[in-house]
Design a protein around this ligand. Structure first.
Ligand SMILES: *Cc1c(COP(=O)(O)O)cnc(C)c1O
Length: 373
């Protein structure tokens, strides 16, 4: 079988040998995160002369790599992260693959990589998830995590936008981010390091941003914190993100609460979860705002009780409450340090949409077509 989309035809080569159902069940019972992979992957190649070619879906396995391959030296690469969920009606659906496809294109443009057409991105997902439907966990809060990525595969040590590029999509069954219930994190405000600066690559989902963050993350861990919070590069004052997640601040309580998330200045990663929560927040009747918040405002708001909840959001955990803050200049709690009511309400509302347990009024869920291979 082959599947064509805007000139890109994925040849489908189902794996000859499949994992036994009993072995799969054993793996899915406790998948963790990013440690086990499903049985198929999509691969496509690009070069300057031919454009996209040699697209196929085949058995998951190692990709041989020449030591002179450009990405190993200059990190010209981008990635995405999204999830396929078992729906209450038995179907499998992916959350907003079109949004991730477009972000993948924007990231690629910033890293001087070619853009993969949106239809090909979604087709690769449909084919891999379709073939590996048995790898989508059924348990609530479990999902099949999808990791599309693209890298400079030209074998050449001269510094230039690669003339050869490889796109790959792999899938990894993942368990609950909070196996023993949602647990608030303690964050470290990083003043020694920055994640992104104006004109840099902060808006692109690229591994280099993560590589540059690891030392700050270790520093946070040394301070007894779970995560690092990034401040702006110029004044070290305006709150940007937490690790690989966006942040929301809740002012007030109940129906009159107001949600604030740092606006996209070019140094923040535009999260799909962040975008969805701006809509879900509005749907639930809260005032929502994209703006600025400084460290002083965060601290003062917690001290005078006007700032009631803080949470981080992203594909992996959906919503993670922030319970406490630590910095070189002091520490404070957010309210009583426990998960806030509005954070948990927003989380449940979004999880219900993702599992098909609540109406999908924004048409976010993309059902994976059932095909025979
Ligand atoms: C991926 C990512 C996010 C969250 O994006 P989602 O689309 O919501 O998963 C936030 N910040 C950074 C730095 C990221 O890489």
């Amino acid at each position: 079988m082959s599947a064509t989309t805007v000139g890109i035809t994925f040849k489908v080569l189902p794996a000859a040998k499949r994992v036994a159902a009993s072995e799969r069940a054993r793996i899915l019972a406790n998948p963790g995160f990013g440690k086990v992979f499903s049985e198929h992957m999509a691969v496509a190649r690009w070069n300057r002369g031919q454009g996209w070619h040699d697209a196929e879906v085949r058995a998951y396995g190692p990709i041989p790599i020449d030591p002179g391959t450009s990405v190993l030296h200059y990190a010209q690469a981008v990635f995405e992260g999204l999830k396929a969920y078992h729906q209450q009606d038995g179907r499998i659906a992916v959350f907003r693959p079109d949004a991730n496809a477009r972000r993948f294109q924007r990231s690629a443009r910033r890293l001087a990589l070619p853009e993969l057409p949106e239809a090909a991105f979604v087709e690769a997902i449909d084919l891999v998830v379709g073939l590996d439907a048995d790898w989508v966990p059924v348990e609530p809060e479990h999902s099949l995590y999808l990791r599309p990525f693209m890298y400079a595969s030209e074998v050449n040590l001269s510094v230039h936008p690669s003339d050869e590029v490889t796109f790959v999509l792999i899938a990894s069954p993942s368990g609950s981010y909070f196996p023993s219930g949602v647990k608030p994190v303690t964050v470290w405000l990083s003043e020694d390091f920055i994640r992104a600066a104006p004109g840099g690559t902060g808006e692109a989902k690229t591994g280099g941003n993560y590589a540059g963050s690891l030392l700050a993350q270790s520093q946070a861990a040394e301070q007894g914190c779970d995560q690092v919070v990034w401040l702006d590069a110029i004044e070290h004052r305006w709150v940007e993100e937490m690790g690989g997640m966006n942040l929301f601040f809740v002012f007030g309580r109940g129906a009159s609460a107001r949600l604030l998330t740092p606006k996209l200045t070019g140094t923040l990663l535009p999260g799909v979860t962040r975008d969805a929560l701006l809509s879900v927040g509005k749907d639930l009747g809260y005032e929502v705002e994209e703006g600025r918040i400084s460290v002083e405002e965060w601290r003062a708001g917690c001290a005078d009780g006007s700032l009631t909840e803080v949470f981080a959001c992203g594909t992996a955990a959906v919503i993670t409450p922030v319970g406490a803050v630590k910095s070189a200049h002091g520490s404070w709690l957010v309210s009583d340090g426990k998960p806030g009511a509005i954070s948990m309400r927003l989380r449940q509302a979004l999880v219900d949409i993702q599992r098909g347990a609540a109406p999908d009024r924004h048409q976010w869920m993309h059902p994976v077509p059932v095909r025979s291979f």
